[in-house]
Design a protein around this ligand. Structure first.
Ligand SMILES: *Cc1c(COP(=O)(O)O)cnc(C)c1O
Length: 358
């Protein structure tokens, strides 16, 4: 049975995207591909408010996350973490043989400007990584105030994972002064997995050219050389790129502001649902994500059992990620999801975890 996905990625994919993805195949060195590539990267630049290049990587997010540190760390990397994905990025950095230190906030808490400032003031680092929206905990860190701190450290590459926030909340790549901002497409973008996008500043591109051992597949210089011709270093996932083109056009016709408001509205509905059902949010006050809500299982419910029943009703439920599995559960509200979809899901959940107040 096909279950309707209420997990924070992969998410439901709309029929029009599948239609676009079944466009007849073209060769990536044909002019037709250059046209498609240009259309997608130009729209991504508009989305991110930047004139800097946006690369298309045929990989999941972790591919380009690995690529970003291999290209942009020459000395030592400060990895800021507050959940599973950001902690994993530190592991990935070290596995690439790169010197790195981990600075962790408690899960549920954001990465703060203060912790970034304190770590970078040591002068030991030439790059930092962080996850804007920690999908494991439902916490959105304050990107704008961290970006303010980063202005004090122009020599430190500012590398941000926005996998579950890009296109759901405004991200002004250039105003924020980011050096690399990346996302996989199976979360906030609402596409099937297999493509990642990464905006890279020209300053970071110049630096990358002098970084040794950056490999081939994720080499920013290769990406740039090819992108100038509206192309990619190796054969890209052309079908997904057709899907992305359709999805971006749909976003602009919905209107970005409306899209952001739809996410905020669904976040509000979900937080209200959690409260009415006697739950607390896992995220610290003021830092709850716009694209998913992590609910603390304060009622001590049997989430494995509930998930199984919800599954039998035709819905894929999430019962937490990593070390907070079953202590929390996550309700996504991203991509093409509409308030009506959430309401439909709440009806199912209501029966298995009844509200505590009317
Ligand atoms: C899902 C996710 C990733 C990893 O993405 P993959 O597509 O599995 O490589 C990284 N960061 C965040 C914040 C995520 O939500």
């Amino acid at each position: 049975m096909k279950k309707k996905l209420f997990i924070p990625g992969p998410v439901e994919v709309s029929a029009d995207v599948y239609t676009a993805m079944s466009s007849p195949m073209i060769g990536h060195r044909m002019p037709e591909y250059a046209e498609l590539h240009k259309s997608v990267t130009t729209q991504l630049q508009t989305l991110l408010h930047t004139q800097e290049p946006v690369f298309l990587s045929t990989s999941s997010a972790f591919g380009i996350m690995e690529g970003a540190v291999r290209n942009l760390v020459q000395k030592r990397c400060a990895n800021f973490a507050n959940g599973a994905f950001s902690t994993k990025w530190h592991d990935v950095t070290q596995r690439c043989g790169i010197e790195a230190d981990l600075f962790s906030a408690e899960w549920g808490q954001p990465v703060t400007p203060g912790m970034v400032d304190k770590a970078l003031s040591s002068g030991k680092y030439d790059a930092m990584t962080m996850v804007h929206n920690e999908t494991s905990t439902g916490v959105m860190s304050p990107l704008a105030s961290i970006a303010e701190v980063m202005k004090k450290y122009p020599e430190v590459s500012f590398i941000v994972d926005t996998v579950s926030s890009m296109s759901a909340v405004p991200i002004d790549f250039s105003t924020l002064g980011m050096d690399a901002c990346l996302a996989g497409v199976q979360k906030a973008f609402g596409l099937p997995p297999g493509l990642a996008v990464c905006a890279v500043s020209r300053k970071a591109l110049e630096k990358a050219k002098t970084t040794p051992n950056r490999g081939y597949y994720f080499d920013f210089e290769e990406f740039e050389k090819n992108d100038l011709k509206h192309n990619t270093p190796s054969t890209p996932c052309i079908s997904l790129i057709y899907g992305m083109d359709a999805q971006l056009k749909k976003m602009f016709s919905e209107g970005l502001q409306k899209r952001y408001e739809r996410h905020a509205r669904m976040a509000g509905m979900t937080r209200e649902w959690a409260r009415k059902h006697g739950f607390e949010l896992f995220a610290a006050e003021g830092y709850a994500s716009m694209t998913l809500t992590s609910v603390r299982n304060t009622r001590g419910l049997d989430l494995e059992g509930i998930k199984k029943t919800v599954g039998e009703r035709g819905y894929a439920m999430d019962n937490g990620y990593g070390k907070i599995k079953n202590e929390t559960f996550r309700i996504p509200h991203m991509a093409d999801m509409q308030p009506a979809d959430l309401e439909e899901y709440f009806v199912v959940l209501d029966e298995l975890m009844p509200p505590v107040e009317k």
